[in-house]
Design a protein around this ligand. Structure first.
Ligand SMILES: O=C(O)C(=O)C[C@H](O)[C@H](O)COP(=O)(O)O
Length: 212
């Protein structure tokens, strides 16, 4: 499935799992477990060499997954990620050059920002769906809530330090589309192939709702 816009990604699930893979053989069973748990949007980071080939395999073999690339920091990576089958792209921060390349790929993207000025630079270019990174370290929920006052048109996927306990508070903000995090795919569970644990973590996350 290919989302047409970043808002489509926000609509898929309350949480985007951020995945770091060291072994491409784990990609497909991991993606199947996340999808089975109810989290179809999966961000595979390009931090490891296994990232791109993992995206390729998930895109080819797990049709119900919406696989995207994370840690996209250069135009070359953006192009390679889309060639590998990424349905969306996520970056930890953004530059004019990277934004141009992300735009030119034609797939939805969430560029990372941590300040009002960074968000305004992207809003000027018509980009309203953003990643807020590193969410907890940059000021957390209260900071993001404050950005919503002057910049109500920006919608965020906060990522970095989010937990199942803090996610509902973020999801309750009107300027949050979904949250991202690595807690669903613990390195130990991946290493031992404990896919049922990952499916359980995913289904708990899929059931997260905004705090009332
Ligand atoms: O790789 C990237 O592109 C990033 O921007 C970083 C990740 O989104 C965070 O590292 C998630 O972190 P945790 O959920 O706190 O473990």
């Amino acid at each position: 499935m290919k989302p047409a816009s970043s808002d489509d990604i926000f609509a898929l699930a309350p949480v985007i799992p951020v995945v770091v893979l060291d072994d491409v053989h784990n990609a497909v069973p991991l993606a199947r477990a996340l999808v089975a748990g109810g989290l179809p949007a999966i961000e595979v980071t390009l931090r490891t060499d296994a990232g791109l080939p993992s995206i390729e395999r998930i895109a080819a073999e797990v049709p119900d997954a919406v696989v995207g690339a994370g840690t996209v920091t250069s135009p070359e990576q953006a192009r390679a990620a889309v060639k590998a089958g990424s349905a969306f792209l996520v970056s930890p921060g953004c530059t004019d050059r990277l934004q141009g390349a992300l735009h030119d790929t034609g797939v939805p993207y969430l560029p990372g920002v941590a300040t009002a000025s960074e968000a305004m630079a992207l809003l000027e270019r018509g980009v309203t769906a953003l990643k807020f990174f590193p969410a907890e370290a940059a000021g957390g929920r209260t900071y993001l809530k404050s950005l919503g006052g002057p910049l109500p048109q920006a919608r965020f996927c906060p990522t970095g330090g989010i937990t199942p306990a803090s996610a509902p508070d973020y999801l309750a903000l009107p300027n949050v589309g979904c949250v991202g995090g690595t807690w669903l795919t613990p390195a130990g569970a991946i290493a031992t192939g404990d896919w049922s644990r990952i499916e359980t973590l995913a289904s708990e996350a899929a059931g997260l709702r905004p705090a009332s």
